[in-house]
Design a protein around this ligand. Sequence first.
Ligand SMILES: *Cc1c(COP(=O)(O)O)cnc(C)c1O
Length: 736
Amino acid sequence: MESKYHDTLSDQETLVNNMLAETSFGTFFGISQKVFEQVWSNLTAPDGNSAVYVSMEIGADLDVFNPVKKYLQQNEITESKNTEADLLIKKILNGPSKIPNYGGGLGILAGDTLKSFAACKIPVAAISLLYRKGYFSQLVDSRIGQISWSMDWSPEKTPSLYLLKNPSYPDKPLCIEIPFFDEHDKTVMVYAQVWMKLEANENLDFFVPEFLLDFSLPQSPEWIRNASNNLYDSSSEKMKAIQRRMLGAGVIPLMDILGLTAKTLHLNEQHGVVSVLNLIADYLLQKLGPEYQSTVRDKDILEAADSVAHKVVYTIHTPVKAGHDRFSKTLYAGLSHTVCRRILALLAPDKENPSLYNFTEFAMRVNRAVNSVSRLHRDVTQKQFPQFAKKITAITNGVHHLTWISAAKAEVFDSFPELQNWRQNPAVFRNAKKLQKNKKFRTYLEQAWKHDSEKLINYVNGMLIEHRHQTEETWIDPPNFLSLLHEEDIPLKPSAFTIGFARRFSTYKRADLIFDDLVELTKIIRELDYPVNFLFAGKAHPADEPGKSLIKIILDVQEELYERSKGLAKLVFIPNYDMAIAKMMVAGVHAWLNSPKRPLEASGTSGMKAAMNGIPNISILDGWWMEGFHDGETGWKFGLDTPLDTETLSEEPSALLYEEDSASFYEMFPQVIKEFNDPQLRKKYIDKCIRNISLNIPIFNTHRMIAEYCRNYGLKLSPPVTKKIKGLQELYQSEI
Ligand SMILES: *Cc1c(COP(=O)(O)O)cnc(C)c1O
């Protein structure tokens, strides 16, 4: 007995040793020394066959995907004799699991993308910023609406985040210097230390380093330290411009200091486009020598732009104006060098306002490939940028299937040989078609779904009761009217048809659309006499007043909805939306609602997360749903599918088509409720779930999406990786 015990212990020590990489930048836990060296040599190889992915935000919380922790738990590793490893193990098992450096879809897409790069072993490094106060935490009070609360989190305590050491001075952190300039071209140096999130794949045999620049250092000026606090701080235009510059101007110095050789910079949105300014300035310096600032001609700048364009790949994410940075020329004069301003004046003109630089225009101009995020969005973008129409292609977004498929559904998928290897290759879900009539599969799927619904509804019910008790202790009015009912009337039933809606609150997403006519909505529910739960969540940017008022509308309709439906309809708002809440919602609801004004939702990804769990969407024909709807096999559509013209792009309240699209929803809705509840029709509902699994998972995953990105990158990859990518590319072509 005793010796067996010791054997396992030493086996475990071997496993632990294989998870340690001791490097000149510090000790990392989760991958072996060999894997570290292999990835690092790819990223620093002279051929430059790797990519650097630049994003303002990365959403990759550890509570929704953490292969290192999973590995420790599976092997029952809780400690090590190696003191350094022991600390790291305990941190991973018990440490905080949120990295609140994301605001919404863009950041989560970035995280999902990087996880798929790691899974497919594509050599990529990501660069983003570290925000000491994250985005913000959301409190909700029924009378006030959203209250934004500054959050505290500690990168020091967060597992999988490592402060890089300076290889020359191991007891000091690695630090980069970046020049900012005042209006007299006088240099103001700012400094950043570098955190690395180790994004390991499921097999722990590859990783993507995510480098987060942390400008909160005492040697930097105060205005820089302030700008390192909150993601998307919009307290002033200057703050916004500084944050963009911190990201963009950090890219080349960081690559230089780490020795990253990537010949491809991928801009996830135009936020980091200042990196392209640097490429152009570097080219001019090489060509014209150190005096280039006084000798450079416009012609040289245009030539430089054409020459560096082959290094840049750009993904545009939205047709909505607020998503595109425009800065006033006078303001920008206080931050950047005269030559930079000349470059911007030539390459970043704003068509509507000559006193602005337009960063989207700049990113559109200087690249070797630009992609939109769905087919419909491509058509819209080509209309918005007719001069670049020829080069704008479609690569439809996806989500990382290993992050978003619930544990209960994963267990079902694991038990059917038809779906073998689904973790490595989401294409195998096409075989779910063969399971369409398999009684066992249908039963298991329904059971897993019920499990996920109960988990979600238990969470919601617990929250409602907790808020009720909190009213006795604090000044806050509970967000949900239901918390004030008699205790026995509060709970939602997990068996009741439950619709989910969760995303950023922004006017074009029209969170309140289906409540436009409460009389009509409650009439439908009363006549059919089935209970319906509506679960809503999402943050509005603290400066977005119309977005915040949408949250208030959701809170304000709760009571009337409940009363008019005679208690059948319960609407709940879940505060402080994040990835963990998203994961619970997209797996536990019975339908996912998406009601944007077409064609302003470029892609949308939460609906894909639902589809991964077999949940049908009820959606406006916009963004990805144009491709995922499959003539009604996977869910429902509603709303006007008007042709695209400049008129339809309006974000004006009067052009948001509330009346037309809500009427269309009310017309379609009874059919959905019946199909879910009527035992005769229920079969059709389960068919839709399985169709989501067989038709939509193989398409709307980030493995397929990055395989399409790889075409734009043109990297030379090893034969097995090339083969894998080719297989994924053949799954679907966004560009038709
Ligand atoms: C997926 C996700 C989003 C994006 O949802 P969309 O449907 O693309 O708007 C935003 N926030 C969180 C927390 C998410 O998980």
